[in-house]
Design a protein around this ligand. Structure first.
Ligand code: SF4
Length: 315
């Protein structure tokens, strides 16, 4: 499969005064193939959403680059860039409550982007039905819908643009568990029927494994492990991935009651004071002296389709 989106040493830092900077995304290189779903997981504060927004041009890039079909995207987007890219890349947001304008009808919200495509308004009803709602819902307002229905409206608003690539930024975390699977299945079906490529950001690893081809694990702005989703989930190599999976709640409540849950210890350090050496050293049960001195690079493992940033695997 050929590369659709490429990130090369991408960084996004935010100045927070007194000469301090938040290292939200730090030197990340990734390649997303056409038709692939890449899952991006990590705790809150790991930089996942900032990475998605930087990729979409919603944050300026501090350094490094993003390419789309091999062409460099701007470091700083102007409104013409957003318009040009809107029919190519779209984003589905975490919070369906705040991302929909409460003063606009659902039909107006979904039709907003159509102007850029000069698409006919009838497509709004068609898209409402595609996401499991009814064409008659177009005249209603967002507050008349449940959380799951609002996320369906958000999906219709993004996909009516017929993009090739979609960043799904925690699209299920604000939803009840009972509707999470419905929304994930809807995204999966639309992905297949439209031939989409996706970056799926979430902290529920079992859901990410279900929807993704490959999975990247992020910690404090850096990628710690990258590989096929099932391999990373069932045979994690990086100590952080191991702990993240052990602390992830089972989707089945019966299985969750039976298993020995291992809550992740300690707090993710401040991205302002990024520790020297391995970023995970302060919480890692396998820490060695070298870990506090040298940053482990993300390297491919021998005989495995996997990359890991950990001195346990250094030659
Ligand atoms: Fe743990 Fe060291 Fe590996 Fe970091 S490099 S994850 S501290 S063993």
């Amino acid at each position: 499969m050929s590369e659709l989106v490429g990130l090369d040493k991408l960084s996004c830092f935010f100045d927070v005064g007194r000469g301090q900077r938040v290292h939200a995304v730090d030197n990340v290189s990734l390649s997303i193939a056409e038709g692939e779903t890449l899952g991006l997981v990590g705790e809150s504060g790991s930089g996942k959403s900032t990475l998605g927004k930087t990729l979409m041009g919603l944050n300026d890039k501090t350094s490094g680059s993003v390419t789309y079909r091999g062409k460099h995207l701007p470091a700083h987007y102007r409104s013409a860039d957003f318009k040009r890219m809107a029919t190519v890349m779209q984003m589905i947001f975490q919070d369906p409550y705040s991302s929909l304008n409460p003063r606009m009808t659902v039909g107006e919200i979904i039709a907003e982007g159509l102007r850029l495509r000069n698409g006919p308004k009838e497509r709004v009803g068609e898209w409402l039905e595609k996401v499991g709602l009814s064409a008659s819902h177009a005249s209603r307002y967002p507050h008349e819908f449940s959380g799951g229905q609002r996320q369906r409206i958000g999906i219709a608003r993004a996909l009516i643009m017929e993009p090739e690539f979609v960043v799904c930024d925690e699209p299920i975390s604000a939803l009840d568990v009972s509707v999470q699977a419905q929304v994930v299945n809807l995204l999966n079906d639309l992905k297949k029927s439209m031939g989409l490529t996706m970056l799926f950001i979430a902290h529920d690893l079992s859901m990410v494994r279900y929807i993704s081809d490959r999975m990247a694990v992020m910690y404090l702005g850096s990628i710690m492990e990258l590989g096929k989703a099932a391999d990373v989930y069932f045979q994690p190599r990086h100590p952080y991935t191991e702990i993240l999976i052990a602390s992830n709640p089972e989707p089945d409540p019966n299985a969750e009651r039976q298993r020995l849950s291992t809550p992740i210890q300690g707090e993710i350090p401040s991205p302002v004071n990024v520790p020297a050496g391995c970023r995970f050293a302060g919480r890692c049960p396998k820490v060695m002296q070298v870990c506090r001195e040298k940053t482990p690079p993300l390297i491919p493992l021998l005989n495995e389709d996997r990359q890991v940033a950990c001195h346990l695997y250094s030659a």
